[in-house]
Design a binder for this molecule. Sequence first.
Ligand SMILES: Cc1cc2nc3c(=O)[nH]c(=O)nc-3n(C[C@H](O)[C@H](O)[C@H](O)COP(=O)(O)OP(=O)(O)OC[C@H]3O[C@@H](n4cnc5c(N)ncnc54)[C@H](O)[C@@H]3O)c2cc1C
Length: 457
Amino acid sequence: MATTPRAARGHRACAIVVGAGMAGLLAARVLTETFDQVHLLDADRLPSGDDHRRGVPQSRHPHALLQRGADVLEHLFPGLRDELTTAGAPVYDHGSTFLMWFAGAWAPRIDSGLQIQAFSRPLLECRIRSRTLSLPGVILHPDTIVEGLCTDRPGRRVTGVDVRRPGHQPTSLEADMVVVAAGRTARLASWLAAIGRAGPDIRVVDAGTVYASREYTGLPGEWNGLAEMALAPDTTRGGAVTRIENGSAIAALHGTVGDRPPTDEAGFLAFARSLGNPLLGELLAAARPVSPVYRCTDMANRRIDYHRIPDWPEGLLAIGDAVCSFNPVYAQGMTLAALQALELRAFLHPDRPAPAARVFQRRVRRLLTTPWTLSTCEDLAWSGTGSLADRTLHRYLRQVLARIPDDPGLYRRFLRTLHMVASPAGLLRPIPLARSLIAPLAPMTHGSLPARTKGPP
Ligand SMILES: Cc1cc2nc3c(=O)[nH]c(=O)nc-3n(C[C@H](O)[C@H](O)[C@H](O)COP(=O)(O)OP(=O)(O)OC[C@H]3O[C@@H](n4cnc5c(N)ncnc54)[C@H](O)[C@@H]3O)c2cc1C
């Protein structure tokens, strides 16, 4: 794949994508529109089917795809939704058969207009991978560990990557552009340091969230799923279960600030039964577990401000969890990877002069602003260390959640915001902002569980 680096506009020969996870696959899909060859490098030996793999340990946990993300994926891979349906992934309206429990009561059952599809992460990734690899010019390099960046002599431009493959001498691969999509554990900051770039600012907001997930079959009831979220400052635990392909369901329990869902049979069920909503524990007790309980403890919100590095090298872009990863309770990661792929497409538009690579990082940062604010304002509330704006937003959102059980219109707007198809501004109408500063918060403690004010709607 050695090529002479050339970034002449209109002709781009070769791109390298580091990481064949969600962001890397979507980036590769978009890069095929402007590059003759797209080399997709992954440290894993990638499975041919929908199996779990070492490089994506989070695949054992539920991966909800928001409506906005699903729309982008369908746009990039027409027919994907039908393909997943044929593979057994259920499609349903979020408001009617997926129950959500807020503030001691079920949200109303509504027709939300949000048709969501639920599947395991391996099924989604496998289908996107096979679609991407079938595109002309895409070449997969499994078992290929990227260890650093290569630059031109002045060190201004990235010209490729250093790689190691088991059983081979370390080598370098050249490209006109390198896109780093190596996920949450990406070592891009140290690769940049090795080529003389100052360390970026790293912002971490960690509520100490821990997930424990397990797959089941035979989930009783008519529901496609149900969820309850931990809510600062007093509800430290939550959980969800979702039907996925092949009649299976995946359940995830989560705890924050030291409240850790257990991984043993009895402890897992007892944690589910201790939630505010009584249904999750009942359903799990009646279903048949078909996997061990998997735990994930690295759930912090982490943002690396690459856009602030003043001498960010040309020829290098970074996307996905390598730039910003979220507490997954809000299910934003894959949708943001999809939106960043669209941003990449706009950035590479062949009819316009390519801006400096750092401009792309600034655009990614802009895209992340609202999801970051919403995700971290809840998690900062546990420590009480948020700014006045964070605390106000948190109090406001608590009031919105408390009203949802009695307000179908508000619930519809909430779901549309959650699925990123509407601006959060739609939530600002029903309660004057000023009131959220002074109104007392309704307690939702686990010591004294909220009364079950309403049964499933
Ligand atoms: C427990 C949990 C639950 C989640 N639930 C949801 C959810 O419900 N909805 C949602 O949208 N998101 C969810 N997410 C987030 C989602 O998994 C990520 O946002 C998404 O996978 C990001 O894609 P990515 O390509 O950036 O990283 P990944 O998908 O993690 O892929 C990174 C890839 O890079 C490869 N790699 C790493 N280092 C190297 C290297 N040096 N050389 C070569 N290859 C390398 C890895 O093998 C891997 O294939 C969840 C995350 C966790 C942890």
